[in-house]
Design a binder for this molecule. Structure first.
Ligand SMILES: [Zn+2]
Length: 235
């Protein structure tokens, strides 16, 4: 298995909830380092077909990069992401960059649309700080079953910095997805992992955590971010 060592894992020392907001210096640094466009084409691109050896170190691992994360009110966040049609080296590179971006933020989940690529791809790592990293890459994920019990969690979102909301979601689920090798997988998840999977799949459907709030509260948040975007503070 390809083992990905996040460079900024120590930042996760407080086991952040989903999409913990990033901090000033890291965020600024992230924007500077991420000064390259995402040239991601899913079909008909010039990329060679999938050639990822799960037992060997892929060359791109030494060249991972953090990507800029889009925030409210960017309309892309409201778009339904399209299916990934081809799992190739370029998709693997995007997933690795997303993982690095997520670790650096720090956060525990990230959807491709949050880095400006509206495709059905999410990355997750809910490992505790003392445990080894456990990156998950889910392509075209679909929830198969949701359990009856609910779980309350204070969720944040990297695309809605500095805000957190208590949200209740099913505590258990099974999800079917393609892994980075294009192999169909089914995963039973509970607790934080189940929450994160639902949060990230919401992103693929253009749904955000503010949609779980009352209309009044949601409008207040949206207005705040529109104002921030205008003044440049939220860019
Ligand atoms: Zn989010």
């Amino acid at each position: 298995m390809v083992r990905i060592l996040p460079p900024a894992l120590s930042l996760q020392s407080f086991a952040p909830p989903i999409g913990t907001t990033s901090f000033g210096p890291d965020r600024a640094d992230l924007a500077v380092r991420a000064g390259r466009p995402v040239t991601f084409a899913l079909a008909g691109g010039a990329c060679p077909p999938l050639a990822i050896d799960p037992d060997g170190a892929a060359p791109y691992l030494s060249n991972m990069a953090t990507l800029p994360i889009i925030t409210l009110p960017n309309p892309l966040l409201r778009k339904r992401s399209a299916d990934v049609e081809r799992i190739d080296a370029e998709l693997g590179k995007l997933a690795d960059d997303m993982l690095e971006t997520m670790y650096a933020a720090p956060g525990v989940g990230l959807a491709a649309v949050q880095v400006g690529v509206p495709r059905r791809l999410i990355v997750i790592d809910t490992a505790k700080e003392d445990d080894p990293p456990a990156p998950l890459i889910l392509v075209n994920p679909e929830i198969v079953t949701l359990g009856p019990d609910l779980r309350l969690h204070e969720e944040g979102c990297l695309s809605i910095p500095d805000e957190r909301f208590e949200i209740e979601r099913p505590a258990r689920l099974t999800v079917r997805y393609l892994d980075r090798n294009g192999k169909l997988q089914e995963l039973a998840a509970e607790g934080l992992l189940a929450t994160v999977i639902q949060h990230e799949i919401d992103h693929l459907n253009g749904k955000l955590i503010i949609d779980y709030l009352s209309r009044l509260k949601r409008d207040i948040i949206i207005r705040r971010f529109k104002k921030l975007a205008k003044t440049g503070a939220g860019a």
